[in-house]
Design a protein around this ligand. Structure first.
Ligand SMILES: [Zn+2]
Length: 481
């Protein structure tokens, strides 16, 4: 079977053939950095990370561009509510996203353009659209004229006369048609702005992706991807902007299903508990990745704690075999166990795995091949069949590498050694809890007037480098420098 993708634009599964033989260009709509990421944000990143890994395992050289939306209504609102400039909000959250992508082992993009760094490109695109009668300035805004582009609505399968008005600007009567969408928004007091021939303002959300994808990947490129919630209006509008300007734009459109919370109570505390930093206090990064990867990328994934726990158990089943096999193979096996996946891997991948991945990235079927391999490997272990163990281990690690789930990949050991901020944070939490537990014991000793024990606890802490200071607010501690 050759590689097939479900293309949202044609609503069919199409054979994948890149524009240039051997090369694939990919644009993924990245984060609007108004808040730190929750695990729903990571699903898109992880799904398309698997796509990129599979393209690379299939022999393609991939150029991967993922943008950062760093100026947008929601960022401005957050900044206003915090009383800080918008760039402080954007920078802080962009770092949180980068950290989260990295924690779960997503390959960094080759280029990660920010909207605010590409205003000149947006102005050029607006000029092309205005000159081609596809856009018009009005009162400092610039609008796209949806009637000028007959294919408007094709991606999302809507007819223009049935569409609702674009909800991207105040209804000031400036638009020729309520469905026209804003390419550019006139500056409001206190907001960041850039000067253009049509007035000072800031970009509408959709314009940046048309300007930046074609700048880095060319006027026509292979794959555009993002969450299903972006099909309309975002991607519909990107197509209108780029194709009306005369660019070929994306040749395949891939969309991931969202992470739903319908099964859980939608409370603020749950929302917070699904922040990536919080989930990574409960499960390890590789386990979270397994949870996000296991369902088909196009399916809706309903979050539940049970499903997360099942994913953790499934990953640990794989991990136990890999670690045990590497141990049993000993020094002889270490070459195999620690060999970085290389050119021969393609031959090691079982046919069932390959055809599953070629079939629109059918990860659930690919994972069935993974677990079958673990079962074979465990049988070989039980039978002390070292050759069988080695074959299973090589095959398994080749498959897991494609999914970004190889327990022996250096990435995860760096993470668990605290090289990643996430596990560093987790370690700090554990140390903090241990010190608190110890100080509670000291308080209990004092309460029963057992001062010898209380002093011994304090001295013991000091000996391991934890200095305790008693303050009116209670004991404070820090690590001795
Ligand atoms: Zn976008």
């Amino acid at each position: 079977m050759t590689l097939q993708f479900h293309d949202t634009a044609t609503r069919t599964v199409r054979e994948f053939a890149p524009l240039q033989p051997g090369r694939v260009s990919v644009y993924l709509c990245g984060a609007t950095v108004q808040a730190p990421p929750h695990i729903g944000h990571l699903r898109s990143a992880v799904c398309f990370d698997v796509m990129i890994r599979w393209l690379e395992a299939s022999g393609y050289r991939v150029t991967f561009c993922r943008n950062v939306t760093d100026v947008e209504d929601k960022i401005l609102r957050t900044a206003a509510s915090e009383g800080v400039p918008p760039w402080i909000v954007a920078e802080r959250n962009e770092r949180a996203f980068t950290w989260a992508y990295d924690a779960v082992g997503c390959r960094p993009p080759d280029i990660e353009p920010r909207a605010t760094g590409h205003i000149p490109e947006m102005i050029v695109l607006m000029r092309r659209l205005i000159e081609g009668q596809h856009a018009y300035p009005a009162g400092g805004d610039v609008y796209f004229d949806v009637h000028s582009f007959p294919a408007y609505g094709a991606l999302s399968g809507q007819r223009l006369d049935q569409m609702r008005p674009a909800e991207d600007s105040d209804d000031t009567g400036l638009k020729r048609d309520p469905r026209d969408f804003a390419l550019w928004k006139a500056a409001k007091p206190g907001e960041p702005y850039w000067e253009t021939p049509w007035g000072s303002g800031r970009p509408g959300w959709h314009l940046e992706c048309s300007a930046m994808s074609t700048k880095y990947l060319g006027p026509t490129f292979d794959i555009h991807c993002g969450g299903m919630d972006l099909i309309f209006p975002h991607h519909e509008n990107e197509i209108a902007q780029s194709k009306a300007a005369g660019d070929g734009f994306a040749r395949y459109w891939l969309h991931n299903g969202l992470l739903g919370l319908a099964g859980e109570k939608m409370s603020k505390s749950l929302g917070n508990s699904l922040l990536v930093t919080d989930v990574l206090r409960r499960v390890r990064p590789a386990e979270l990745r397994y949870y996000l990867v296991q369902a088909h990328y196009r399916s809706m994934l309903e979050f539940s704690e049970e499903a997360l726990e099942e994913a953790v158990a499934a990953y640990q089943r794989i991990e136990r075999f890999v670690l045990r096999a590497a141990e049993v193979l000993g020094t002889l096996g270490l070459d195999t166990a620690h060999a970085s996946p290389g050119e021969d891997d393609a031959e090691e991948l079982p046919t069932s795995f390959r055809s599953a991945m070629d079939d629109d990235l059918a990860v659930p079927a690919a994972l069935a091949a993974v677990h079958a391999c673990v079962r074979d490997g465990n049988q070989a272990l039980a039978a002390s069949d070292k050759t069988g163990v080695r074959v299973s281990l090589i095959r398994l690690r080749a498959m897991l590498d494609v999914l970004g789930l190889d327990p022996l990949a250096p990435h995860w050991s760096d993470v668990s050694a605290g090289a990643s901020a996430g596990s560093g944070e987790r370690l700090r939490q554990v140390v903090g809890s241990l010190v608190k537990l110890t100080l509670d014991q000291r308080d209990a000793a004092r309460a029963r007037r057992d001062y010898a024990t209380a002093d011994a606890i304090r001295d013991g802490l000091e000996e391991i480098g934890v200095v305790v200071e008693d303050t009116p607010q209670g004991p404070r501690w820090e690590l001795k420098r």
